[in-house]
Each structure stands twice: as C-alpha cells, then as structure tokens.
Unconditional design. Structure first.
Length: 509
C-alpha cells in the first residue's frame, strides 16, 4: 500500500484512537525518509551546527513576571510555541532597556523556535513576520538556518516522529527534561537540494490540510453521534421501554458505556426501570410489619418516587459500623493475624483482591470486625469522584476484616436486598449526595459514618427491589457486551493501522 492509498482508504482506520494524529506522523515520517516525493538527488546529512547561523536561547528579566509591561518588545515563551503554529495568546512585553539586555536573542521572521525544557519540550514552529524584533526567554531556542536550508523544512523535520522520540528520551536532572545548545547543534539533519526541500514542504502542507479536513469531518460526525446518543438516552429516560432500549444499542452511533450505566442506575433508583405492581406490599406496609423503623418521612428534595416507595435514612434499615484501626498498641492481648480490606480493595460494584494485607487483631475483636456474606462495604475517602463507592462482600476470603476507612453496612432485615442499596449508592444520585456531604481538599474527599447513616435512600417494595436488581443486571450485562465489542473493534482498527504504517515506514510504526 502506498501513502496515497492509505489516505484514500482512511475510512478503514477512522475509528482508531488518534487516527488523524497517526496520519500526521506518517506524513512527516515519509517526508524525511524520502518517500513522499521522488528524490531528485541523493540527500546529504549534516549536523545542525553547520546549517545554522544562530542557535541560542534567551532569559527572563530580573523580577520575572512582575517586571513585564503592557506594551513594548514582545517576549516569546514556551506557551507561544506550538506545532500548529505561533500562538500570540499569553505574550508578555519588555521595556526597551530589558530588550537591550537580550539583544543577542532578537528574533527574525522565519526563525525556527524550539521549546527546550519542561512538558512542552520539542514543540517547534516558525516565527511569523510580526514577531521580528521580539526576544525569547530561557525556555525557547532560536535556530536561524543558512540559505541552503529552508526554515520550514527544518521545523517540520524537528517535529517528525523520529526527532520527537529522540527528544522525549532525553532527560537532564532528576525530574526535568531539557535540551542543551550542544545537543541541538549535534542533531543530524537531512539536506536535500533546496528546491526539493520546498517541494516537500508544499506536499506536507497539502496533506496536512487534508488531515485538517478529515479531522473537521470526524468532529462533525462525533457531534452528530453525540446528539443522537443524548436523544436516545433522553427517550429511554422518559419511557424505558424495550423499543427505546434498542435505540441505546443502535449501530449508527455509540453511547459511552459509562453514560449508559449512569442512565440505567438513575432510572432504577427513580422507579422508572420496571413497572410498579399494585399487588406488591408497599414499603410503608413492610416497615410497619417488620418494625424496623417508624415510617418517618424523609424530606424528598430531588427525589420523585412512586407512591408505593418510601424514602428513609440509611441507618433505619442498616447497621453501619467502622472497622479496625491500624497501628494500635495491643500490649499483651492475645492476637491473631488476619487479612483485611483497605479502601483500594473496595471498588464500585466489586473488589480488587490482588493485594490484600494482614493485620494483627485481638482474638476477642474478631467477631466485631469480621465480614459476613452480603455485607455492603463503602469507602470513606479517596479521589473526590470515588468517595462512597460501594460493593457487596460475597465471602471471597473465608475470614476477612475491614479497616476503619471502610464502612460496613448490615441489613436490619434478611428480606432487604443489599444489592439494591449498592445500586443506590453507586448511582448518580448516591454519588451526588456523597459529593455534597464530603469534606474535600485538593483532589481528595472523605465522608464520616454519621453522613453514611444519614444518607436518604429510596426503599421500593421488596418484590420490586428484586425486579429492579434483575433488570439492572440484565442491562449492565448488555453494556458490558457493548463495551467489549467497542474495545475489540478499536483494537482491531488500531492493529490494522499499525500494520499499514509499519509497511509504509519499513517497520517504524
């Protein structure tokens, strides 16, 4: 397959992650491998030092950002240098005196600008005419090429995959990447005849413009698909019928499996996923019969529940307790070492038991902290969007404890389904409650046992609980299948793309 054929058959690769990005990389690779256009002569190779009249970076004036002025001589920083071109947003300005101190790094139109430190290391572009006379700071290198080197050819070469891979492998210091002047001077640059350089630049521009159009078409398709997906989710939310369910799994568009799961759980906890049965014992009747709790009405707030449901505090229908505190001094008490669950073990809807740690515990506390089958576990803290995640323990480990950062909930009646309450806590409504109730710091959040106990939870009739849980499981299984199909399709497309790119680049994918 040729490069042109690859472009003609782009629809075969369109679903590959970053498909257009891979095309851009391929264009640059082919350009500097001499495969984009027929060669008119053999290319020489020379170190960049011999192809440039200037290679140098600047500095930040004393006083840093406090010393900048509103107008004056522009100071180019790394945020202004992008592969797609020069970005004037964020430009700062120097006084004439400050600029004079950086006279040796005065920019000329068509200089190559290269970021040499930090996260944007390797980004490069051409200085536009309006930046003539600007200065650069210490994070940007000016490369001014000789007459035999087309600046845009050089800039494109520096942006090519081979050079970028080399730059990304360079690390100076313990944590910060940097390119030194010496490193840059030793870069080996291909040197076709100047006329050929210009033809290559023109061809690259032509193909990159094609990439821009393909990218715009992709974005338009994705917007249309997203609108269809939102409409399908809304239709299903208004009327969760089998017919509307089929629209969620339509071949014409893909709904994010995460959005599907959220929608299913939202409908479940609102009583919209399965029809109510007038023959069911109502929740109020169950509460009165079981004597679990006086049917105290909880303020509904955002809840709009069926008449046969109740809204209760979680502590009314479950015993909530904390777990083992680590690092206690146990003195001469008789202890035994047992496995325990940490926050990391409790995921949303399941457990990660690949690493389970042990703790020494007094023998007389085992009963207090040991988990039982069908205990509902919830996490106290973690990332703000993961706090309060819940899962049901199925005795995966015969005798297992839980630490104090994992709350254990045990139903007050064997008739209650812990699976129902797991779905409630993992639903958008449950997550919204814990997000609003949690104590939050930068990237972290935590809840306490009082907040868990006070959480308002919807209580459907027992028979309806079972129907809802069964329906949720059925729909989640369909979502799992969809997610697996999407992953397989994307993996196949990615492998196909990589194989074709490898063929075109002689093994460099």
């Amino acid at each position: 397959m040729t490069t042109d054929q690859f472009f003609e058959k782009f629809e075969l690769f369109a679903d590959t992650p970053n498909a257009v990005g891979k095309m851009r990389e391929l264009i640059l690779h082919q350009a500097f491998a001499g495969k984009l256009l027929p060669k008119t002569a053999e290319w020489s190779v020379a170190p960049l030092k011999s192809l440039a009249t200037k290679i140098g970076s600047g500095a930040t004036p004393d006083g840093g950002r406090e010393s900048y002025v509103q107008t004056g001589v522009p100071l180019i920083r790394s945020m202004n240098v992008h592969f797609g071109g020069f970005v004037p947003h964020g430009l700062v300005y120097l006084t004439e005196k400050q600029a004079a101190e950086l006279a040796n790094v005065s920019v000329q139109a068509r200089d190559v600008l290269l970021n040499i430190t930090g996260a944007s290391i390797g980004r490069c572009t051409i200085a536009p005419p309006e930046m003539a006379g600007a200065r650069v700071n210490q994070h940007v290198m000016i490369i001014r090429s000789i007459a035999e080197m087309e600046p845009r050819f050089l800039s494109m070469f520096l942006a090519s995959p081979a050079v970028q891979w080399m730059i990304n492998d360079i690390e100076v210091g313990a944590t910060r990447q940097a390119l030194t002047k010496g490193m840059i001077e030793r870069f080996e640059i291909p040197l076709p005849p100047l006329a050929e350089q210009k033809r290559i630049v023109a061809k690259v521009d032509e193909l990159m413009a094609l990439c821009d159009r393909l990218e715009a078409e992709q974005a338009e398709r994705e917007q249309k698909h997203a609108a269809l997906a939102r409409a399908s989710l809304a239709r299903f939310a208004e009327a969760p019928t089998p017919a509307n369910l089929e629209f969620l799994f339509h071949n014409a568009y893909t709904i994010d499996p995460a959005d599907l799961r959220k929608s299913i759980l939202t409908l479940a906890v609102q009583g919209k996923l399965v029809p109510q049965d007038p023959e069911d014992e109502s929740s109020a009747q169950f509460l009165a019969r079981s004597q679990i709790v006086n049917a105290t009405k909880v303020e509904e707030n955002d809840w709009d529940l069926p008449d046969t449901w109740a809204l209760v505090r979680f502590e009314d229908i479950a015993q909530v307790s904390s777990g083992v505190t680590l690092g206690r001094k146990l003195g001469d008490r008789r202890t035994v070492t047992l496995p325990y669950l940490r926050v990391a073990n409790v995921q949303r809807g399941g457990f990660d038991l690949r690493v389970v740690k042990d703790v020494a515990i007094p023998e007389d506390e085992i009963e207090r902290f040991a988990l039982r089958k069908n205990d509902l576990l919830m996490t106290e803290g973690g990332d703000w969007d993961k706090v309060g995640r819940a899962a049901i323990w199925k005795s995966q480990i015969s005798v297992c404890l839980h630490q104090n950062h994992v709350f254990r909930s045990r139903m007050r009646s064997p008739e209650l389904l812990p699976e129902w309450f797991e779905r409630v806590f993992n639903s958008p409504f449950g997550r919204k409650y814990f997000e609003s109730a949690s104590k939050q710091t930068t990237n972290l959040a935590s809840i306490n046992m009082r907040q868990v106990r006070a959480c308002p939870v919807p209580l459907p009739p027992l028979a309806e609980q079972r129907r809802i849980v069964a329906k949720v499981d059925q729909l989640m299984a369909l979502v799992d299948q969809l997610e697996a199909q999407l992953a397989a399709s994307r993996a196949t497309a990615e492998k196909l793309t990589e194989a074709v790119v490898a063929e075109l680049t002689g093994g460099a994918a």
